[in-house]
Design a binder for this molecule. Structure first.
Ligand SMILES: Cc1cc2nc3c(=O)[nH]c(=O)nc-3n(C[C@H](O)[C@H](O)[C@H](O)COP(=O)(O)OP(=O)(O)OC[C@H]3O[C@@H](n4cnc5c(N)ncnc54)[C@H](O)[C@@H]3O)c2cc1C
Length: 488
């Protein structure tokens, strides 16, 4: 930093994942002198390299194999499927990452006006960092360092080989068997994908349901679909000890009533995430943080108001779209100087199992926690013509309405749920009335009709009520039913 208290950069961003890249692109394009620092040798962060992109690519491959295995359900001859060569699957994953990587390249960010540096940044004080032996200052900083797999303190784990999301997409062969510690989205997506590819999978989950953030009925429905495909679940179960047996790992699992041992070739640890806060010397910058993440206010300012945090490092909503949204909030506050608060009321998310489980707004569990009164309306995919044609009849839409009959939240367990929730993103953000949704023409036959149908489910009893029938009879002299009992 020079003596005139002029900073080297207007804004410095640490971490080039979804959050950091959003801030860097926005700030640079708005004319701020921008520095983006990444500790790995490529941009993109977890989502591109070890998260969303490889997992969704793997899930698609597993889905294709599942369809081939179930060809008979589609009137096709049964097939004898040769075993999966996982090195081919990981090459496909790598090829998809490589394409997207071009979008997240140093050249692209340079063309936008941001300087990119690689290395581990460490704060010297609240405006200055040390990077590769140099000191660099910025007027504002953004901590966008993401998160890493949380490794639980289980006896023997430190000396037993295991994998996490960092290794799972580049395995050189398909494991014969896999024990998965955890029952969150990563565990569930990987369990189904590997099971469909031919691995014998057991999920060990501490809670009484998988996907603890979701309503139990929806999570249970998904679990039983996965169980019918062959995934084994141990609920209310805790891994207390692991042991390396050479070609296999042995897990001691304490269930509610007994203790069991289980052997698997591969152990996947998917027990949540820990924020990346170490090594940054945040103490020198005066930034407060806990094990759960970097503390921020609603404007995403840390305890030092010119240092912001966004994305997984805050430990709040661990999604790429949340990280991107928070990146935008930081740009508003730090560059535009327009005070803008983060609002997660209408944050959607999706677990990309098959069927997918997507959600927006409040579910029953969260509405009950808040002591809110609500009604529940459902519509099953088995009554949707397109679902039947697709052979995807499992699942339902569950809509919660508040006392004024406005949507509080929607959950969708079903085919393409992640796409279907987008209509509700528009409805909820735009304050669209249910009557508008129910009256809007949707193309037939589409899965999307289910959204119109669930809105209609709430309106139908009102429109076709006895009172309305009586009124119409009275005013227009309608003669009533032509078949079946007359309901008046
Ligand atoms: C298996 C898996 C599947 C997922 N699937 C989905 C999905 O389908 N949809 C979804 O929305 N989300 C998904 N996620 C979550 C998503 O990946 C994260 O929420 C998202 O990557 C968070 O973005 P971020 O910018 O906060 O962090 P990251 O993308 O992790 O980026 C942080 C960057 O900071 C760098 N960094 C860390 N410390 C330093 C330092 N000291 N100096 C310099 N650089 C540093 C890291 O190397 C990294 O590149 C998934 C995650 C996993 C693990």
């Amino acid at each position: 930093m020079n003596m005139a208290n002029v900073f080297d950069y207007d804004i410095g961003i640490i971490g080039a994942g979804a959050a950091g890249l959003t801030v860097a692109s926005g700030a640079a394009q708005l004319g701020a002198r921008t520095l983006l620092i990444e500790k790995e040798d490529r941009l993109g962060g977890d989502c591109l390299h070890y998260g969303c992109v490889p997992s969704k690519t793997l899930i698609r491959t597993a889905h294709v194999r599942h369809m081939m295995k179930n060809a008979r359900n589609y009137g096709l001859p049964e097939m004898d499927l040769p075993p999966v060569d996982f090195s081919e699957v990981s090459s496909r994953i790598k090829s998809v990452i490589d394409i997207i990587q071009k979008h997240d390249s140093v050249e692209r960010f340079c063309s936008l006006g941001a300087r990119v540096e690689f290395g581990n940044a460490e704060f010297v004080d609240d405006h200055e960092i040390r990077l590769n032996g140099n000191r660099i200052s910025a007027k504002a900083w953004v901590l966008a360092t993401g998160s890493s797999p949380f490794i639980p303190p289980v006896q023997g784990l430190e000396i037993t080989p295991y994998i996490t999301n960092k290794e799972i997409f580049s395995l050189d062969r398909l494991p014969v068997s896999m024990a998965i510690m955890g029952g969150g989205p990563i565990a569930i997506e990987m369990a189904q994908a590997f099971s469909r590819l031919g691995t014998k999978v057991t999920v060990i989950q501490r809670d009484g349901q998988v996907l603890s953030r979701e309503d139990k009925d929806m999570a249970d429905a998904l679990r039983s679909i996965m169980a019918s495909e062959g995934v084994k679940f141990m609920l209310n179960a805790e891994v207390t000890k692991v042991r390396d047996l050479g070609s296999e790992r042995e897990l001691t699992v304490k269930c509610s009533t007994k203790t069991e041992t289980l052997k698997a070739e591969t152990l996947l640890v998917a027990t949540g995430r820990a924020p990346n806060v170490s090594g940054l010397n945040l103490e020198s910058a005066g930034v407060a943080y806990s094990q759960r993440g970097i503390e921020t206010d609603e404007r995403l300012r840390t305890s030092r108001k010119h240092i912001y945090a966004a994305g997984d490092s805050t430990g709040k909503y661990l999604f790429t779209h949340a990280a991107g949204y928070e990146g935008g909030i930081v740009v508003s506050n730090a560059i535009f100087r327009l005070p803008r608060k983060a609002d997660y009321t209408n944050l959607p998310w999706c677990t990309y199992s098959d069927p997918e489980l997507a959600s927006i707004g409040l579910n029953e569990a969260r509405a009950m926690e808040r002591g809110m009164k609500y009604t529940v309306w459902t519509e099953k995919f088995s009554a949707n013509d397109r679902s039947l044609a697709e052979g995807e009849r499992e699942g339902m839409v569950k809509m919660l309405l508040d006392e004024k009959e406005r949507p509080l939240g929607i959950q969708i367990l079903g085919p393409q749920a992640g796409e279907l929730i987008s209509e509700w993103v528009a409805v909820m953000n735009g304050g669209v009335k249910l009557t508008t949704l129910a009256g809007a023409i949707h193309p037939y036959p589409t899965l999307g009709e289910i959204n119109k149908r669930v809105a209609g489910a709430y309106l139908t009893p009102k429109i076709f009520s006895r009172r309305v029938r009586r009124g119409l009879r009275f005013f227009f002299n309608l003669k009533g039913r032509a078949c079946g009992p007359d309901l008046k």
